[in-house]
Design a protein around this ligand. Structure first.
Ligand code: ADP
Length: 481
């Protein structure tokens, strides 16, 4: 059994949870401890106790730790990708890409630790100067979802440590394997005991401690909108000082295809954006907004391409679409397929669950494409989080923009066009944190800000040097010599 890591020790105790392979539900990857409330409290106390030491560490010490973690992740790419694909179900090539991204993020923040900036301004008062510096926020609770089992933890843990904070990390209960390996790597990287703590288990069991303890200064969360709201409420209603919080939640990302688009580019963007990683990305292109002049050709090409996508065991060569992550998510995907049909949409492809593939019982789903849909349908308003996309036919660019922005979410939005004028217009008018021109809505660089607008996100951006906004607290010092 794999244990929690608290105050520099692997702590035994607590009930165990099975980590199941969604590509073959007979395969139990391992047993992972579920932290108790008391252990969560110990982890917060340990992070709090370690704070003065780690906050006083030199930029070089922090850089060395993060660089070592990045190097080890990269060196173990094949093994970690296999584990990730096995526990989460994304195809092995995608899993390998995710592992490398985690390595790059640690390397990037190793560099950032050496570049923590400040400012020195002249004061409006004679002789005085004003210095603006960044200090660690304090203890950061990190709560992550299952869909990126190593990259999302990396893009929260690396900046937290780079800026001198200490960490209590709670991964999603479905994917403790990648989180545990990452914790094991961190445990040998040269951090003082307590600077990094791992508590596995369910949010509803230990969330109150991770959010409500007054020693926790900041909470960074990625997950569903419903849980995000609970996290926000807990951060502001707890006794004492409120916690600083950052939320990354859902998306209902549009990919607009205009009449002048390159058809191959548009289809590749749509297939990748909507279905790769089994559609289980908050940046997935779930709404394909297609203008009338290219609509029929686009749909025909999508159907031809969908028929070639191999669904199967995430770790088998040739698999493009792995299984859905678990039974509950599969049920949700199938429910939305039924809702789409009831709403009058045409199920043009897929949407059927397959109980087994090659004799392996798993949570397999044929990727689904709806056509003949409208913006007011639930399948175009609510996040499904599976390999299900819908085509919304529009007359022209004006209607495409209106439909693309007709959503409560605002994470990523794309447009396929060969017109520079249209590209510039959509870049300006799409209401999203990230705009993709002739590129899938999902799939981002590791060194630039990530995040959304409207109902998708709350608080400062993640990743790149913008991460400093969340993981540091600004101090303004007035100095009269
Ligand atoms: P998903 O199921 O898509 O990962 P969730 O929002 O359910 O999205 O979960 C995201 C993360 O939030 C997980 O690590 C989960 O354990 C955690 N979580 C769930 N409920 C709570 C809660 N009440 N307090 C804190 N964390 C929670």
């Amino acid at each position: 059994m794999k244990h929690n890591y608290i105050a520099g020790e692997w702590v035994e105790g607590g009930p165990a949870a099975e980590n199941i392979n969604p590509s073959d539900t007979r395969d139990v990857i391992g047993l992972y401890a579920r932290a108790s409330q008391a252990q969560a409290l110990d982890a917060v106390a340990a992070a709090h106790a370690a704070l003065p030491k780690w906050a006083a560490s030199t930029p070089q010490q922090r850089a060395d730790v993060l660089d070592a973690v990045g190097s080890e992740i990269a060196a173990r790419k094949a093994e970690l990708a296999d584990l990730l694909a096995r526990e989460e179900g994304k195809a092995l090539t995608d899993a390998a890409g995710e592992v490398m991204r985690a390595a790059q993020i640690f390397k990037f923040f190793a560099g950032e630790a050496l570049r923590i900036p400040g400012e020195l301004l002249a004061s409006t008062r004679p002789g005085m100067s004003v210095e603006i510096t960044r200090e660690p926020v304090g203890v950061v609770s990190i709560i992550t979802p299952w869909n990126f089992p190593i990259a999302i933890p990396a893009w929260k843990i690396a900046p937290a440590l780079a800026y001198g904070n200490t960490v209590v990390f709670k991964p999603a209960e479905l994917v403790p394997g990648s989180a545990w390996v990452l914790a094991e790597i961190l445990s040998r990287a040269g951090l003082p005991a307590g600077a990094f703590n791992l508590v596995m288990g369910r949010g509803r069991d230990i969330g109150d401690t991770l959010l409500g303890d007054p020693r926790v200064a900041a909470v960074t969360f990625t997950g569903s909108e419903a849980t995000g709201r609970k996290v926000a409420a807990a951060c502001v209603t707890r006794p004492g000082a409120m916690a600083k919080f950052q939320l990354e939640m859902g998306g209902k990302n549009p990919l607009v295809v205009l009449d002048d688009a390159d058809l191959d580019v548009a289809v590749n963007c749509a297939i990748n954006g909507a279905y790769f990683s089994t559609g289980q990305r908050c940046t997935a292109s779930s709404r394909l907004v297609v203008s009338a002049g290219i609509h029929d050709r686009f749909v025909d090409a999508m159907l031809a391409k969908l028929a070639t996508l191999k669904v199967g065991d995430a770790r088998r060569a040739g698999t493009v679409i792995g299984p859905v992550v678990d039974a509950q998510q599969l049920e949700q995907d199938l429910r939305y397929v039924a809702i789409g049909r009831d709403e009058g949409a045409t199920l043009a492809f897929g949407g059927q669950a397959l109980e087994s593939i090659d004799g392996q019982p798993g949570y397999y789903l044929q990727p689904a494409l709806f056509t003949g849909t409208s913006s007011d349908m639930r399948i175009n308003r609510e996040e499904i989080f599976g390999p299900v996309a819908s085509v919304i036919r529009v007359h022209d660019a004006d209607e495409a923009l209106a439909v693309a922005n007709d959503t409560e979410f605002g994470l990523s939005a794309g447009v396929c066009t060969t017109s520079l004028k249209m590209a510039a217009r959509f870049k300006r008018e799409l209401q999203a944190g990230m705009v993709m021109i002739n590129a899938p809505t999902a799939g981002v660089d590791a060194h630039v800000p990530f995040g959304g607008r409207k109902g998708s996100s709350h608080g400062p951006r993640e990743q790149g040097r913008y991460a400093a906004e969340f993981y540091t607290s600004v101090k303004t010092t007035y100095l009269q010599p």
